[in-house]
Design a protein around this ligand. Structure first.
Ligand code: PLP
Length: 370
């Protein structure tokens, strides 16, 4: 049976090194904030090209910690994309802040910079200084257009957070995911491009001050020591075993990213014409958390049915845009407000994608779609 994301094969190939590294933690017994955590943070920061990486319990906490560190709180407004995983908006709402949306680009599926500038102008007029931040998401592993979005946010004086949960390893030009905006977050959920064997996450920043606040927030707002609390924080740490696993996975990560590019290239060359692949603009490199395509003219269900009848795993990310989620019903959004996101949610589906997907399996997938 074909896997959508083949974590078992990845483990089999790297079993000796991963097992040995876990064993070291079991022996030294420093399960929380052990030496692997500090080592991993240095490696992650180097990889992303930022001075500070602060690990935490998961990608959702990473977003919440970032907003907390930036001082976003009750009654503040934060703009994000309607086309993302629920966690992005959940972090905003958990803090009592109010989510606003700006529609995406029909080709990249990411925030459209021109539309974002319009959204900010309109919302600024109504919300004034309560409009605090923008969270851009790198959907399916493709960075949003930060060359444009950073300028838009700077001109508006808004904080920019990059939700790089799906894009660790991706790049725009010479800059890697995790280095964009004022703060960036990622997730090490097992199915993400860099995944651990449980939950995990990290926050990246260029600011030493924000990094210090984040380090305090993840341990109950601690001050000089554990029993002096200078702010109300969270319990959100990455444990040493997960850090150990991630250190070993980071060692093979570049080779895996390359393998993902090969798989993506084959899909792009061979998929039938009725399917529109997520467009990767010049200078962009996707981490291909997912390989997602749009089916034209309401044909998605037919494609999905063909894959299912050939026993090929398929997923629909994301069938409901955030503004239409039941949990946001009190916010007063209506269908038709973000038409591009709504159309993509109806058209898109995702094909098996992982570094170990062989050519034979891919031919089966492509044949089933044709
Ligand atoms: C997975 C994901 C998150 C949340 O990460 P967790 O580690 O599962 O909490 C946040 N944002 C996006 C876009 C994601 O895909």
């Amino acid at each position: 049976m074909m896997e959508f994301i083949d974590l078992k094969q990845q483990y089999r190939r790297n079993k000796a090194r991963i097992d040995a590294r876990i064993q070291v933690v079991l022996e030294h017994g420093r399960f929380i904030m052990g030496p692997e955590v500090a080592e991993l943070e240095t490696r992650l920061a180097d990889y992303a090209g930022v001075p500070h990486a602060v690990t935490c319990a998961n990608g959702t906490d990473a977003l919440q910690l970032s907003l907390m560190a930036a001082g976003v709180g009750p009654g503040d407004y934060v703009i994000t994309t309607p086309y993302t995983f629920f966690a992005t908006v959940e972090a905003i709402m958990m803090l009592g802040a109010v989510p606003l949306f700006s529609d995406v680009d029909p080709n990249s599926f990411n925030l459209c910079p021109e539309r974002l500038e319009d959204t900010i102008r309109i919302q600024r007029g109504q919300m004034g200084s309560r409009l605090k931040a923008v969270i851009a998401v790198d959907i399916f592993g493709l960075p949003a257009d930060y060359e444009a979005i950073e300028g838009v946010c700077n001109r508006a004086g808004l904080l920019l957070i990059e939700d790089a949960a799906q894009s660790f390893g991706a790049a725009q030009g010479q800059r890697r995911a995790g280095s964009f905006g004022d703060i960036a977050t990622t997730s090490f959920f097992p199915a993400k491009p860099l995944g651990c064997y449980g939950d995990g996450g990290a926050v990246f920043t260029h600011s030493r001050e924000l990094a210090e606040t984040l380090r305090s927030l993840r341990v109950h707002g601690q001050g000089e020591n554990k029993y002096r609390n200078v702010r109300v924080g969270m319990n959100s740490r990455l444990d040493s075993i997960q850090a150990a696993i991630l250190l070993e996975k980071l060692a093979i990560f570049d080779a895996e990213l390359e393998a993902r590019q090969t798989v993506a290239k084959r899909y792009r060359e061979q998929l039938p014409d009725g399917l529109q692949c997520q467009q990767v603009a010049d200078g962009m490199q996707s981490a291909y958390a997912q390989f997602s395509v749009r089916a034209r003219d309401g044909s998605r269900d037919q494609y999905v049915a063909r894959l299912q009848s050939s026993r090929i795993p398929v997923q629909i990310y994301y069938p409901v845009p955030l503004h239409l989620q039941p949990a946001l019903s009190q916010c007063g959004f209506t269908p038709g407000q973000f038409p591009v996101s709504e159309a993509i949610a109806e058209d898109v589906f995702s094909l098996p994608m992982h570094p170990y997907l062989d050519e034979n399996s891919q031919h089966q997938i492509i044949a089933a779609l044709k």
